[in-house]
Design a protein. Structure first.
Length: 211
């Protein structure tokens, strides 16, 4: 006789053998591990800053304040000349950069990914960087290597970016982030395939038709 308990066990038995269910569990496991990586990056920033505090104080002692201000001012001016930056703002905790259209060239084709908002944490607590697509999302992703929530799989820059932020090299960090947005690695996309995104030429033709 089938009871409620046996029905529940039957469903559990089905779920265990269900590949779709297993894929969802694995996807959740992947996300949890990526969240731990992000937390580790935040922790790494704090460790690097703690390690380098004496060296930083020594460097500042060797450079007069006007000279340091001039260097940082030049960094900022150069950043404002970046061809892919449309707007810039900052507060005590974050630096926000709005990019122009991001295009990725892959196998002689140019794909239109969209415009982004890059948020760089000055003193990271929950994240080092977020990159949100302001134009479109595709299959829950903002970019072939970025989730729709702005959390990126930084790949080769996951070590150097925290180092830059820890050393207050924000202009360099932003430039690295923009270069990351304009590239694709591994199997042409960790979270979504680059070939699923619209072609730049096709996007321009659609705009012409609307005009």
């Amino acid at each position: 006789m089938i009871t409620m308990k046996s029905l529940a066990m039957r469903q559990k038995y089905i779920d265990i053998g269900n590949k779709s269910g297993k894929a969802k569990r694995l996807e959740q496991t992947i996300r949890e591990k990526e969240e731990r990586i992000t937390a580790s990056q935040v922790h790494l920033v704090a460790l690097i800053r703690d390690l380098d505090v004496t060296r930083a104080e020594y460097r500042l002692a060797c450079i007069d304040s006007p000279g340091l201000a001039e260097i940082k001012g030049m960094e900022f001016d150069k950043l404002m000349e970046h061809p892919d930056i449309e707007d810039f703002s900052m507060d005590e905790n974050h630096i926000n950069v709005l990019t122009g259209p991001i295009y990725i060239e892959y196998h002689r084709k140019v794909y239109d990914i969209g415009k982004f908002k890059i948020t760089l944490a000055i003193n990271p607590r929950n994240f080092v960087v977020q990159m949100r697509n302001l134009t479109r999302s595709l299959y829950g992703t903002a970019h072939p290597h970025i989730y729709d929530n702005g959390s990126p799989c930084l790949g080769n820059i996951q070590e150097c970016l925290p180092q830059m932020v820890a050393e207050y090299k924000f202009a360099a960090a932003i430039s690295v982030c923009i270069q990351f947005l304009k590239s694709v690695h591994e199997d042409a996309g960790h979270y979504s395939k680059i070939t699923d995104w619209p072609l730049k030429q096709a996007e321009e033709k659609r705009q012409d038709v609307k005009g």
